[in-house]
Design a protein around this ligand. Structure first.
Ligand code: C6P
Length: 412
């Protein structure tokens, strides 16, 4: 069934045919997959790109004179260019392949060790994933810099006035997610970047949860670093990218030493390769990088505006239906949200609800979602999180809402 969005007709039934996994049953029911914020499903086009690599040109890259190696190198570097174009980076070598968001953040945090001193301040938001907290805490421990936190309000929005108060000449770095994984809040990153730059602080944006829904333009944002994982946007696990402005990437030291990141090596010393290789030690996830490119082709083929418009309607519908359930408490009601609903039902443990939903073939995530400070803020151990993607349907939301009602009945 085609669904009429404001943007255009969104042919969700046709799109679903691209995802073989959506045909399977779980516990005797057709799968309803609402754990897209943890990892998205993979369309046949990406599966084919993976199979094509291993079936036809599996070889190490940047090393061999033989044809297979050349072919793999070309495809890998073409993927880098696709990713560059997708995020509108000025130069292909500003795209560093990583194993994912966590790797990208750690690379930058490690690199800043030599640039910070005691008394410097680094600012992080109250709604970060542990990946965007712990590496900075480790950096502060190494350097004596102080970690400051931008607070949020009950709706799950950052308190902007408090952020402005934190900005001073001592602020050297600001880290904020584009979209919160636990709440779905879309943060005003363009403004955050401008204000941070005004006091001389660099900004790293964790784009892990934004990238599947919002096409970020890193030049327009003027962001210093932007990190994403492929597996949240129809690509495979174990690959992602760090975008860094050339001037920053030139300044930062290499993260890991090894093959391919060097210019010359002798026992007297080593000189490093230029960008992007300086940050890509060892054999990379070649197939993963190529498949990431295929995933971007797939998503761009659908259109990010169309995806966002359709997902927004799913979000509004599910929010309205869930709110009809007595005892329902939704966490994260920001004016700008992606299709994520975190909730609890009064008196019930999120884990129990998640377990019963699974028995009905419905996959959601339960727990703290690697964002314990968010849970502490709301004084809860965790939530049930339903996160939607463009291949989900209104019918699935209907089944999910009925499932939640049934779970509530069984548990009360
Ligand atoms: N969040 C979730 O269920 P990796 O694991 O490196 O691909 O991504 C880490 C990460 C970083 N930042 C944000 C905002 C994230 O949401 C995630 C991953 C998943 O919410 C798994 S914990």
């Amino acid at each position: 069934m085609a669904h009429q969005t404001q943007a255009k007709t969104f042919e969700v039934e046709r799109i679903r045919k691209d995802f073989p996994i959506l045909n399977r049953e779980v516990n005797g029911y057709p799968l309803v997959y609402f754990d897209n914020a943890a990892t998205s499903q993979t369309p046949q086009q990406v599966i084919d790109a993976i199979a094509d690599y291993y079936s036809n040109y599996n070889a190490n890259i940047h090393r061999g004179v033989h044809s297979l190696s050349q072919e793999a190198t070309d495809k890998y570097e073409q993927a880098r260019i696709k990713i560059q174009q997708h995020f509108n980076a000025g130069k292909a070598h500003e795209i560093i392949f990583t194993s994912g968001t966590t790797h990208g953040i750690n690379l930058v945090a490690s690199g800043f060790s030599g640039f910070l001193k005691e008394g410097d301040e680094v600012i992080v938001s109250a709604m970060e994933h542990h990946s965007n907290i712990v590496p900075w805490q480790m950096l502060c421990e190494r350097t004596g810099a102080k970690l400051k936190v931008i607070p949020m309000d009950q709706k799950g929005e950052l308190i902007y006035a408090e952020f402005e108060k934190l900005l001073s000449a001592k602020a050297r770095l600001v880290f904020v997610n584009h979209v919160s994984n636990a709440l779905g809040t879309v943060n005003p990153i363009k403004d955050i970047i401008q204000k941070s730059h005004a006091v001389g602080a660099a900004v790293l944006v964790d784009g892990a949860q934004a990238a599947p829904h919002i096409k970020a333009d890193v030049q327009d944002l003027d962001v210093d670093f932007y990190v994403v994982s492929a597996h949240k946007m129809c690509g495979p696990t174990g690959v992602g990218i760090l975008y860094g402005k050339e001037e920053w990437l030139e300044k930062l030291p290499p993260y890991q030493g090894g093959g391919e990141m060097i210019a010359t090596v002798s026992f007297e010393g080593t000189t490093y390769a230029g960008l992007p290789h300086k940050f890509e030690a060892g054999t990379p996830n070649i197939c993963g990088g190529i498949a990431f490119g295929a995933a971007l082709d797939y998503m761009n083929g659908l259109g990010f505006d169309e995806i966002a418009a359709y997902e927004h309607e799913l979000l509004e519908y599910a929010t309205r239906k869930l709110k009809e359930i007595e005892g329902m408490k939704i966490y994260g009601e920001a004016a700008e949200k992606t299709a994520v609903i975190s909730f609890n039902i009064e008196g019930l443990h999120p884990y129990d609800i998640g377990t019963l939903l699974d028995k009905m073939g419905i996959a959601v995530r339960t727990g703290h979602h690697c964002a314990q400070p968010v849970m502490d803020f709301f004084k809860i151990p965790g939530t049930v999180r339903a996160s939607f993607s463009f291949y989900n349907t209104f019918e699935e939301i209907g089944r999910f809402v009925e499932g939640v009602k049934k779970a509530k009945m069984m548990l009360q």
